[in-house]
Design a protein around this ligand. Structure first.
Ligand code: ADE
Length: 225
């Protein structure tokens, strides 16, 4: 998978891709993330990328020319399976969307800023408009990093224990069951006996029951889907 992220503030999200699982995925050649500064395509001496919105609404909007130029220069190099725009008015991101997008080869993510991007860019290029939740961030960069993280960890071979993505919360519309590690007794608090029994079938059904109970208590909406 290759992800090209276009932003006016790429520094904001450089570090997540230089650490931990996301770094390892890139070192293993399973994922590539490229950050592009939209200002390189800005207009004039000042590399202007934004302007006042027509109609007098408060706030700046990213102009179409730098975005068209940047996107078209990337499209000259390769075809994109999806061009995502991160925006609070997009479709809510969830594990289902993550699973679908993780199967794609080349993705582009456009990060909104200020009051967003000129509608003509959305109409012309964007295939998926995604919100990561009902709150407003100061830019789409953190949303792009969230989306990239959720996708990359699903690529086979990225996680050491391949089954661990399958047992995540939300894969099955269930939250994950509680987990324990050593020591089996700590300050008088013990680990549920079944987990130390070595009886695989019982452990499996205990985990499932716990997942179901947690989901009923915390996220009953997931069970209605
Ligand atoms: N940009 C600003 N807020 C956002 C959100 N909630 N999701 C995606 N992009 C955003």
């Amino acid at each position: 998978m290759r992800i090209d992220i276009i932003s006016v503030l790429p520094e904001l999200i450089r570090s997540p891709f230089e650490a931990s699982i996301l770094k390892r995925a890139q070192q293993k050649g399973l994922a590539e993330v490229h950050l592009h500064n939209l200002k390189a395509f800005g207009l004039g001496k000042h590399r202007q990328v934004d302007d006042y919105s027509f109609g007098g609404n408060a706030g700046m909007v990213l102009r179409p020319e730098p975005l068209f130029d940047c996107i078209e220069s990337l499209e000259k190099e390769r075809a994109y399976d999806a061009i995502i725009y991160t925006t609070p008015d997009g479709k809510r991101f969830d594990q289902k969307v993550a699973n679908q997008l993780s199967l794609k080869g080349n993705l582009m993510i456009l990060c909104g800023h200020y009051k967003g991007i000129d509608q003509r860019v959305r109409d012309h290029f964007v295939t998926h408009e995604i919100s990561i939740g009902d709150y407003v961030l100061s830019g789409g960069e953190l949303a792009a990093a969230v989306i990239a993280d959720a996708l990359i960890r699903l690529i086979p071979g990225v996680l050491n224990d391949e089954t661990s993505a399958l047992t995540d919360s939300f894969q099955d519309n269930l939250l994950a069951p509680p987990v324990y590690t050593r020591p089996a007794e700590f300050r008088g608090m013990t680990v549920p006996e079944v987990l130390t029994s070595g009886h695989f079938k019982n452990i499996e059904s205990w985990n499932h029951e716990q997942a179901l109970t947690r989901t009923q208590e915390r996220r009953p909406d997931l069970l209605e889907e």
